[in-house]
Structure formats: C-alpha cells, structure tokens
Design a protein around this ligand. Structure first.
Ligand SMILES: [Zn+2]
Length: 361
C-alpha cells in the first residue's frame, strides 16, 4: 500500500507544480487562455502515470489475467461498458433534479473543452487508460494482500480522491464517488475493457456538455452546435441553459420554458422506453436477475435514460415558449423584476425566478 500512496503522491506533486498558475485563474478569459497549457500538462502528467503503472505491472511479473483482462467475450464487455458509462454519467443529472446543487464543471473539464479536438481526444484517452489501469492494479494488489473486496474498493476510492486534493475539496467528493463507482464495476464485472469503455463514455459525455456550456462565444461558434431561439428577443440560447422547471433568457430577461409539446413528447418517450430499458438492462447483466438486483437495474436504467435524454436534447434543441411550464406555481420567492424588453411576450412582473445557469469555475 505505501508504494501506491507514494506513487499517487508523486503524481499529485507534479499536478500541483505544473498547474499552479492556471489554478489561480480568476476569470473565465484567463482560464481559456491557460486552457491549452492545461490540457498539455494533463496529457504529460497522465502519460507519466501510465508509464509508472506499466512499469509496476512488468516489474511485478503479473499476467494479463491479473489486470482483469480476458480475451473472451470482449464484444459483450465493451457493450456493457458503453451502457454503464452512460448510466453512471446520467446519475448525477438525475440526482441534480432532487438535490439542486452547483452546476459547475470541474476545472479539468473546462480546460479540456477549450483546447483543440486532437489534444482533447489524446488527453481523455491517456487519462482514462492511466487511471483505470491504475485502479485495476491497485484492486488486484489489495485483494492479493488479503483485503476483502469492499475494503479494497473503499481504500482505492479514498486514495484516488486524495490524489485530486490539489483541485480543492469539492472535486474530491466527486472523485470519491467515481472511484467507488468504477472500482465496483471492476470488482462486479471483472473486466478492464468494460471499465475502460465505461470511463471513456463517461468522460466524453462531460467534455461534450462542457463544450456546449462554454458560452463566451455564441453557441454557433462552438463547432456548429445547434441552439434554441428566444421567442421574445430572437437571440440564440445554448441548450445547456435550458431548465425543465423554467428559466430566464440571459439576453432579455424574459421568463421562458421548453415548449409543452416537447415536454409531453419527452415524457411519453420516457414512459414507453422505461420498461424496455429495464428489461434490456436485465438481459445485458444476467447477474441482476434477483429481487435486489432489480433495484439496481431500475437505478441503472434511470441513469441511462437521463443521459440519453440530455444528449438527445443537446442534438435536437427544443422550441421555447414564454412563461413558466406550470401555471399554478406562485414563485413568490426569488422575484427579480426586470425592465420590459423589446418584443416582450408577457408582463414583466411575471418574469421572475433567478435562473441557476451553469457557470464555469
Ligand atoms: Zn430573450
């Protein structure tokens, strides 16, 4: 264990020194200028980590089997990995509806979102391979030393979270969740390939959302991503600003919501897809076919559904309408009366509610 922790500490030290300048960036513009350096530095750091992991692997004379690599059933494992990557990525979206928290993207993802596409792909690939191979080796070493699988999972998640402490305490909680989630995947499915696919989908998803949310530029500037048009002022609004509970136009302050037809379409699609999705989950993971496993399948189906809906919405931006979706809501709190904009489609006294649009750290 001490070797693992000191190895993680070395990588943590490199991160701290390489990225010290960017970490204190106060404005979005400063962060964007530092973003290419960030992505390059991260690529370098993760390459070093990857080399250390491989060196460790060869020095220990381990077999591929010890790294959770199985030659058989690679198709099934990559398919399961794709599914689980979306499901784990969707769970935070789903949980955010119940625990409305900060909608900030981590610094690391914002940095990635502003760098060139080839650099993004190289960095994400290196990050995924380095971290997941490290996790697989760590779990193997802990299990070999006689720890139970729960203890091994908890210890590896803890060490993983600690290695990110340079970014502040908020990302550490997220990293602990990720460490536990992907560690459990390795122990549950016993396949490194599955976890690599899952992690790749998970990271790509968040880089995609961060690219959409990088709204210093107009939405069209961001690689042809489509956007919705405000019915009051006609400005284009990035899809990441849309909220199902209603939101305020960032340009004219008009109270807007996603059109009723789109909302009912989404609810019907969700209703019709829900049961087939649970059945598909059970077919993909036969070990879930028990009473307790059914709960897990429902949980995974929710995550997968939320991620798919969010991705679909980002590809097919909805029509917008004036006013809030539910007429009954009084919304007496958080009222913010704005001056009446041009072409306003409603009395300004009704435009209220501070929108919690995603901001970038
Ligand atoms: Zn507007």
């Amino acid at each position: 264990m001490w070797a693992l922790i000191s190895y993680v500490r070395v990588s943590h030290g490199r991160l701290a020194t390489k990225l010290r300048n960017s970490i204190y960036a106060k404005t979005k513009a400063e962060l964007i200028t530092a973003s290419r350096t960030w992505a390059l530095a991260l690529l370098l750091v993760y390459t070093v980590v990857l080399c250390c992991v491989f060196a460790w692997f060869f020095l220990q004379n381990l077999a591929a089997r010890d790294l959770w690599i199985q030659a058989s059933s690679w198709r099934a494992n990559s398919l399961r990995g794709l599914y689980l990557g979306l499901a784990i990525g969707g769970l935070p979206i789903y949980l955010n509806r119940f625990f409305s928290g900060s909608k900030r993207f981590p610094l690391i993802i914002v940095a990635g979102a502003h760098s060139p596409a080839c650099l993004q792909i190289a960095t994400v690939l290196t990050l995924v391979v380095a971290e997941e191979t490290w996790r697989a080796l760590t779990l193997y070493a802990l299990l070999r030393d006689g720890y139970s699988s729960q203890t091994a999972m908890a210890l590896s998640a803890f060490v993983y979270a600690i290695s990110y402490i340079a970014y502040g305490d908020r990302p550490v909680a997220g990293k602990a969740f990720m460490g536990a989630a992907f560690g459990s995947l390795i122990l549950w499915q016993g396949s490194l390939l599955l976890v690599l696919c899952a992690r790749l989908i998970f990271e790509s998803q968040w880089v995609w959302f961060a690219v959409l949310a990088a709204s210093n530029a107009t939405p069209e500037d961001i690689r042809g991503v489509r956007s919705s048009r405000c019915p009051a002022c006609g400005e284009r609004i990035s899809v990441t600003k849309l909220r199902s509970e209603g939101f305020v136009c960032p340009f004219c302050g008009e109270s807007l919501s996603v059109s009723d037809t789109r909302v009912s379409l989404a609810s019907w699609a969700w209703l019709l897809a829900y049961v087939p999705l649970i059945l598909a989950t059970l077919a993909l993971f036969p070990t879930l076919q028990s009473d307790a496993g059914l709960l897990g399948a429902i949980f995974l189906a929710c995550g997968f559904g939320a991620a798919s809906l969010a991705l679909l919405q980002s590809m097919f931006p909805p029509e917008l309408q004036c006013g809030e979706p539910n007429f009954i809501g009084l919304n007496l709190a958080n009222r913010k009366v704005k001056s009446r904009p041009r072409n306003s489609c409603k009395d300004p006294a009704d435009s209220g509610r501070n929108s919690d649009e995603p901001s970038i750290k």
